[in-house]
Structure formats: C-alpha cells, structure tokens
Design a protein around this ligand. Structure first.
Ligand SMILES: NC(=O)c1ccc[n+]([C@@H]2O[C@H](COP(=O)([O-])OP(=O)(O)OC[C@H]3O[C@@H](n4cnc5c(N)ncnc54)[C@H](O)[C@@H]3O)[C@@H](O)[C@H]2O)c1
Length: 353
C-alpha cells in the first residue's frame, strides 16, 4: 500500500491510474479537492477496492496520522500542492499554507509514523517529494541545463514555496534521518490537464473559436515532458533512488511557448479542421507578459538516466499528438471542468463525503 497526496490533480491522478494499471498494490489517495482536484478524472476507479480516496488536507496532522496508522503504507508520494504560477501572483497565501506549512506538517506526521516502524518496514519506507524545475530560476539562452547541483533561485511565489518545501524535505533527511527522495521535473503535459495551463488552454480555446492568448513575445522556453513519462520516472526513483538524493526529470524538449502554440494549432488543423478552412493559428493574440516571467527552463536529466536507467517513452511529437487527440476525444471532461460541474461530480458520485 502506498499513500499518495494530491492524487486527484493532473499529475497525481495520472500517477494513480498508471500505478493501478500496472499492479494491484493499493493506493490511499489524500486530496483536499481544491479547484484543481477533480475526482471525475479517477472515475474509472470507482468501486475499485485498490483505490481508497480520502478528501482532506495534508496539513491536517490528526487525519494524516490516522491514515498512516490505519493503512501502514510502505511509501508516501507527495504531489499535493498549489501549482499555478499566475494564481500565486494574485494571492500567495494558499501556496504558503499548502506547499510550505502543509509539507512541514506532512513531514512531521510521516516522521512520527516512520519512527514507530521496526526492522525491514522501517528500512524499506520512503517519502518521495515531487517538485519542479522552477526552483532553479531562469536560465540565460545559452546556459547549460539545470543539474541537481544548480543553485536555488526561485522567482515566483509558487517556485519560492516549492523551493521551501524542497529544503524542508532535505532537512528532515539530514536532521531526522527520514528516508526521502526528491524529484524536480520540467513542465508536464498530457491527459487530464486543467485548462488554465498553456497546452490545454490553447486546445480548448482554439476549438471554442476564442483567442489564443500568448504572454509577451511567446519566446519563454520550457522543457516539456509527457505526464506518463514523469510518472514512470517517479516509480523508478521510488524503486531504486538513493536516499536523500534529488533527481531531475526532463525529456530534452526545450521549446518556446509560441512554437508549442503553433504545433497545437497545426495538429488541430489536421485532426479537426476549422469549418472556414483557416488555420487555428489565426486566433493567436499576444497579451501583456506575466510579471517576473522566467525566460528559460531546461532540465539535465542525465543523473536519472545514468543511475537508474530511466528514459522517457515519448518524444514531444508523439506526446503532443496523443494529448491533442485525448482532448478531442474527451469533450465531456473538458466541459465539466469549464462549467464547474466537476465540483458537483464528487457530490453526485460519492454523496456528501
Ligand atoms: N504540472 C507541472 O508541469 C509540474 C511540473 C513539475 C512538478 N510539478 C509538481 O507536481 C505536483 C502536482 O502538480 P499538478 O500539476 O498535478 O498540480 P494540480 O494543481 O493539478 O494538482 C494538485 C492537487 O493537490 C491537491 N491539493 C492542493 N492542496 C492540498 C492540500 N492542502 N491537501 C491535500 N491536497 C491538496 C489539489 O486538490 C489537486 O488535486 C505539484 O507538487 C507540482 O509542484 C508539476
């Protein structure tokens, strides 16, 4: 049994679905169901005894202690976070609460649980912290990609809060001996991505005939990884990562945002052409850039590749095609997210949980 936090979010839900598709080890999924948590994503697991969903906050120490005592997981995989940079600019409070204070409380609850274990259970236990490349700050155009030893230079309230959580995780290992692993991954894309993020927003707006808003000149470079490759990296680190180590996860797919938008438009032109025959790229509009917008992130994933033999299965070309196809095939999921109906979905499916 493993305990996953934030398993109703984009990456966490993909992780839970992939985990249970591979074997029968059960998952306890602790998620607060903020706006970003969507149980409809996990609808295929309804009635599946291997998936125990608990709506709750990682900062609720009593709840986490109870879950750990009751289910005795062999590992905790910590995804739960406030994750959207724009939201952190408008208001950072939730980011401080969940990403920093929540992670601290989770670490303390996990430490108490781990301290109570003996022998093989204690030595096999793992706490895997899922983090981001954004903690490293912004790279100059020709600078080498981020390695695990790059200085922490977070620039947004989001990345600062994630950086703080990384430091707490590190300290709980060095001070208390907690068996931790940390992954710092580049931008993810793929199925079930909330349409406030670049790729799903472009797909959804394009199909709705709306403008495709690109920040500034669109030349912000991000390193893109298909979400299922991120999940496979986490599984591999959980299985064989060295305790206390950090592993960067990326797919060597650096691209400026504007190029991503053109690729999405070209795929939509091919798979779902506009009725008037024009390209979706005619809907692109440039909007005022985000304050403090980092220009470039790039991940050097050689440590993970060399030490643990991990490699992404998808190239950007195969992954983005799968992603666009997924959105075309799941208009109901998109519509429920956009209308807010996914918030009622839990009520309808699970009763007043
Ligand atoms: N999306 C990316 O490109 C990316 C890249 C690298 C790392 N990450 C990291 O991966 C993790 C997951 O990212 P995501 O994109 O899936 O985020 P997301 O916003 O889609 O999902 C976050 C989930 O956490 C839950 N949550 C939030 N606060 C909580 C709390 N206090 N207690 C319990 N649950 C809570 C939400 O309900 C939601 O289901 C985050 O830690 C993020 O920093 C994301």
């Amino acid at each position: 049994m493993i305990l996953v936090t934030g398993g109703a979010g984009f990456i966490g839900a993909n992780f839970v679905l992939d985990w249970l598709a591979r074997h029968d080890e059960p998952v306890v999924n602790l998620d607060k169901l903020t706006y970003a948590g969507n149980l409809e994503t996990l609808a295929s697991l309804q009635g599946d005894a291997r998936h125990v969903f608990v709506q709750g906050d990682i900062g609720d120490s009593a709840l986490v202690a109870r879950l750990l005592a009751e289910h005795r997981p062999r590992a905790v995989v910590h995804f739960a976070a406030e994750s959207h940079v724009d939201r952190s600019i408008h208001g950072a409070e939730d980011f401080i609460q969940t990403n920093i204070l929540g992670t601290f409380r989770l670490l303390e609850a996990v430490r108490a649980h781990w301290s109570s274990l003996d022998g093989a259970d204690k030595s096999a236990f793992r706490f895997l912290h899922v983090s981001t490349d954004e903690v490293y700050g912004s790279l100059a155009p020709d600078a080498p990609a981020f390695t695990e030893t790059h200085t922490y230079e977070p620039n947004s309230p989001y990345s600062a809060s994630k950086a703080a959580s990384d430091h707490l995780v590190r300290a709980w290992h060095h001070t208390h001996g907690l068996p931790v692993l940390t992954t710092n991954c580049s931008n993810n894309y793929g199925p079930f991505h909330f349409p406030e993020k670049l790729i799903p927003l472009m797909i959804v707006n394009a199909l709705a005939g709306k403008p495709l808003p690109v920040y500034g000149d669109g030349m912000q470079v991000r390193d893109w990884l298909y979400v299922k490759d991120h999940c496979s990296a986490i599984r591999r680190v959980l299985e064989a990562g060295r305790l206390g180590e950090t592993y960067n996860v990326g797919g060597w797919n650096e691209k400026p945002n504007i190029e991503i938008v053109h690729i999405v438009c070209a795929l939509l032109d091919e798979l779902r052409p506009r009725a008037d025959g024009a390209s979706y790229s005619t809907q692109i509009t440039h909007v005022t850039d985000r304050p403090g917008h980092d220009r470039r992130y790039a991940i050097d994933a050689r440590k993970l590749e060399a030490e643990l033999g991990w490699k992404p299965a998808e190239t950007f070309e195969t992954g983005i095609r799968k992603t666009v196809q997924w959105y075309l095939e799941h208009p109901g999921w998109v519509a429920n997210v956009q209308s807010g109906a996914y918030r009622q979905w839990v009520q309808a499916q699970y009763g007043a949980a």
